[in-house]
Design a protein around this ligand. Structure first.
Ligand SMILES: *Cc1c(COP(=O)(O)O)cnc(C)c1O
Length: 217
């Protein structure tokens, strides 16, 4: 199937109230343009360097989401244009994002990435740390940041029950934190598990290979 066919097939499976982030990492700008031409405006990349090489070659109205681990010293490169940073995993990075957003005189939307998978390698805050950030969070300390919600990745496994229980952990944290402040985005679900994630309450799915095809690492 062509990229356009993949895209329309995926789009048809996602309810209108759930956002689709097309994950374009490792794919060239020509392919991203094809998906853009289908009407897609929101794209996700996981590496700052790769994102920077693509941004200037693609339409300016793309809303770029960073979905991979971000180092403090790289925030300045993306602050002028990034729409949403989904991978906030410390208070330190939150402060840095706000600082750079102030310099650029704009607001940056962020999600806190929470570790729900059992793999040791995945980045993200422990649940207790995420709660702490929320309870310490003072709006006036971060005037140029908007915390929209949470992001998480389930364990890479065929065991649907495990994936489901991890999604439900994130959903219940989302509901609990929503009592502190209004949250709108629960980002969970990828090519292999987005339908399950939506059943579990996801409001935003991040889909790469099901649209662009398998990546050549
Ligand atoms: C690569 C990636 C995705 C997309 O994965 P696919 O399985 O290709 O859909 C989603 N989220 C994050 C954080 C990723 O790094």
């Amino acid at each position: 199937m062509s990229i356009q066919e993949n895209y329309h097939k995926i789009k048809a499976q996602i309810p209108a109230n759930v956002e689709l982030v097309a994950v374009s990492k490792f794919h060239p700008v020509e392919k991203i343009q094809e998906v853009y031409d289908c009407g897609q405006k929101v794209f996700g990349e996981n590496k700052v360097q790769e994102l920077l090489t693509k941004v200037n070659e693609l339409p300016a109205d793309i809303q770029w989401h960073l979905i991979g681990h971000l180092q403090t010293n790289k925030v300045k490169y993306i602050a002028p244009f990034i729409d949403t940073i989904q991978s906030v995993d410390s208070e330190k990075i939150l402060l840095e994002i706000n600082k750079e957003a102030v310099k650029n005189n704009r607001k940056i939307k962020v999600l806190l990435q929470v570790k729900i998978a059992e793999e040791e390698t995945k980045y993200g805050l422990e649940i207790a740390e995420a709660k702490e950030i929320f309870s310490n969070y003072l709006e006036h300390q971060y005037p140029n940041i908007e915390i929209l919600g949470l992001m998480g990745m389930a364990t890479f496994t065929d065991n649907k029950n495990q994936v489901k229980s991890e999604f439900l952990v994130l959903k219940s944290l989302f509901d609990e934190l929503s009592t502190f402040r209004k949250l709108e985005t629960l980002s969970m679900g990828m090519s292999d598990d987005f339908a399950l994630a939506i059943e579990c309450g996801s409001t935003s799915v991040r889909i790469g290979s099901a649209i662009f095809g398998v990546r050549n690492y």
